[in-house]
Design a protein around this ligand. Structure first.
Ligand code: IDP
Ligand code: MG
Length: 143
């Protein structure tokens, strides 16, 4: 099923100038980039975005990191996009990420791990509407 997911390139990958290499992987893997915008998250925005992690020991570090520089936020579309983007990202900890995944190639650590992706249909809906309104029209039917 054609789906849309929310993706983000995090500050470590932006500062490391890996944006282009990551976007090439996105397109080579068959995703359509429907929307793309470079922004600085505010502390409040980052806290809302990562609210599910507010009780974790790394929450403050995470909010500080993700507001430390610009992020590139995207709407990606593909068949089964949510799971496919998670697969291309690789595991949260780059030491455990499969070879050839974005995190295996470009993440520095479990915290500074280059990319974000929604983890379920519900999360994708929430995250897409948090950052992109109105919703992006599908592109697949134009093919
Ligand atoms: P995910 O990004 O693979 O979905 P989550 O468990 O949802 O991973 O964690 C959200 C983000 O929080 C991670 O991508 C990473 O940036 C950060 N994070 C997760 N675990 C740790 C940790 O143990 N130390 C520091 N940061 C962490
Ligand atoms: Mg997550």
């Amino acid at each position: 099923m054609i789906e849309q997911t929310f993706a983000m390139i995090k500050p470590d990958a932006i500062i490391g100038k890996n944006t282009g290499r990551i976007l090439t992987m996105v397109e080579d893997s068959g995703f359509d980039i429907l929307r793309m915008h470079k922004v600085m998250l505010t502390k409040e925005g980052a806290e809302r975005f990562y609210a599910v992690h507010k009780d974790k020991p790394f929450f403050n570090e995470l909010v500080e990191f993700v507001t430390s520089g610009p992020v590139l936020i995207m709407v990606l579309e593909k068949d089964n996009a949510i799971a496919e983007w998670r697969k291309l990202m690789g595991a949260t900890d780059p030491a455990k990420a499969d070879q050839g995944t974005i995190r295996s190639l470009y993440a520095e650590s479990i915290g500074k791990n280059a990319v974000h992706g929604s983890d379920s249909k519900e999360t994708a809906q929430e995250e897409l509407s948090l950052f992109f309104a109105p919703p992006a029209p599908p592109q697949q039917q134009a093919k």
